[in-house]
Design a protein around this ligand. Structure first.
Ligand SMILES: CC(C)(COP(=O)(O)OP(=O)(O)OC[C@H]1O[C@@H](n2cnc3c(N)ncnc32)[C@H](O)[C@@H]1OP(=O)(O)O)[C@@H](O)C(=O)NCCC(=O)NCCS
Length: 162
C-alpha cells in the first residue's frame, strides 16, 4: 500500500520498504509513549488489512496551533476505498480520543486537492480552518504537495452533535 503510487498520490512520494518499516516502528514507539497511535485497520469479516488509521501526536509545530496537537489520519489500500470505511474507523478513533484519552481537540491535515480525504473530514463534522493553512515542514521546498490545509474538531462540538 505504501509503495502504491496511486494510493500515495497526495503524499510527497511512495514509501520504500525501509521507509514503510520505519513508519511502523514509529507507530509502535508512539503507542508505548502516548497510549495511542496509527493502527492497522482490518476488514471486520475477513481480518484482511484494509489500511492504516488512527491518531498521533504531531511531530512538528504548525504556526498558531496550540501544542502538542494530535492529528487523526487514514490511508486505505485500493480494495478498501470508496466503501465508507475511513469514516467508520475515524468515528471510533474520535470517540477514543475524546472519551478515553480525554483530548479536547483533534486536527486532520491534507492537500487541498484530496477530495476523498476532505469529504471524510466533512462527514466527521470537522471544520476547515483556512487561517491555519501551512507549509508542511517535512515535505521538500517547492514540492506541489507542500501546502497543507487543516481541519479541526473539538470535544465540545462532538459531544453536542451526539
Ligand atoms: C482518503 C481515504 C482514506 C478515504 O477513504 P474511503 O473509505 O474511501 O472514504 P469514503 O468511502 O468514506 O469516501 C469519502 C468521500 O469521498 C468521496 N470520494 C472518494 N474518492 C474520491 C475521489 N477520488 N474524488 C472525489 N471524491 C472521492 C466519496 O464519494 C465519499 O463522499 P460521500 O460520502 O460524500 O459520497 C482513501 O481515499 C485513501 O486511502 N486515499 C489514499 C490515501 C490518502 O490520500 N489518505 C489521506 C491522506 S490526508
Amino acid at each position: 500500500m505504501n509503495a502504491d503510487g496511486d494510493v500515495m498520490r497526495f503524499f510527497e512520494a511512495p514509501l520504500s520498504r525501509e521507509q514503510s518499516d520505519e513508519a511502523i516502528d514509529r507507530y509502535n514507539m508512539q503507542m508505548v509513549r502516548d497510549g495511542f497511535t496509527m493502527f492497522a485497520a482490518e476488514e471486520r469479516e475477513t481480518g484482511a488489512l484494509a489500511g492504516v488509521l488512527g491518531m498521533q501526536t504531531m511531530r512538528y509545530e504548525i504556526p498558531n496551533l496550540p501544542q502538542p496537537a494530535v492529528e487523526i489520519g487514514w490511508r486505505l489500500g485500493h480494495h478498501a476505498q470508496g466503501r465508507g470505511l475511513a469514516t467508520e474507523g475515524a468515528r471510533r478513533v474520535i470517540d477514543h480520543a475524546f472519551t478515553t484519552v480525554g483530548l479536547s481537540e483533534v486536527v486532520a491535515i491534507t492537500v487541498e486537492a484530496n477530495t476523498a480525504s476532505r469529504n471524510v473530514m466533512r462527514k466527521l463534522g470537522m471544520t476547515h480552518r483556512p487561517e491555519l493553512t501551512f507549509d508542511h515542514p517535512k515535505i521538500a521546498l517547492g514540492h506541489a504537495h507542500r501546502l497543507h490545509i487543516l481541519y479541526s474538531l473539538s470535544a465540545h462540538n462532538q459531544l453536542s452533535i451526539n
